[in-house]
Design a protein around this ligand. Sequence first.
Ligand code: HEC
Length: 160
Amino acid sequence: MELQVPSTQLHGNRHNALIATLFLVLGIAGGMGVYAAFHWTAAARARKLKNPVQATNSSIAAGMQIYENRCSRCHGKNGDGQGEKAGELSVAPADFTDAHHISRTTDGELYWEITKGRSPMPAFETRLTDVERWEAVDYIRTFAAKSPTTPGQAPAPGKP
Ligand code: HEC
């Protein structure tokens, strides 16, 4: 008789632990789903963002200042992803001279990535103003245009 008490208690505890684990797993999966859905729609919206800062000599010059102060230590002075810190990072910094990749990326996406960051790259949402982030986009675009490996490559006609 007395033995049955601890035994049911044990059973109950195991049962509770199982349910708790189940909820934990469901919670994590649900959270990931919500995060992915949010992230996806936000990124899809970002793709269509219009760049309000037209690429002009002055916006590109401003972007260059920002880039050299904040970005070149990872992305490299020439935008090739070979900055002096690149070797220490867990992920290689993006290579902006890769004209093929960059031509398929919209200004809005570049802006979004600069705004939100992408570990190990920090977010610049609070470090740079909106206009400064768009100027950085204008400047980044100049690397692919100068890239010697893909002379004269332009985005495919008819692409959005
Ligand atoms: C600490 C190093 C570091 C700094 C500083 C940094 N980045 Fe990055 N950046 C990275 C890494 C690493 C990636 C690639 C992340 C990935 O692929 O997940 C990246 C990716 C990007 C991308 C995405 C490119 C693509 O493939 O679509 C953009 C745009 C970008 N960086 C712009 C900038 C700009 C502009 C600055 C300065 C304002 C900057 N980064 C500063 C490390 C850095």
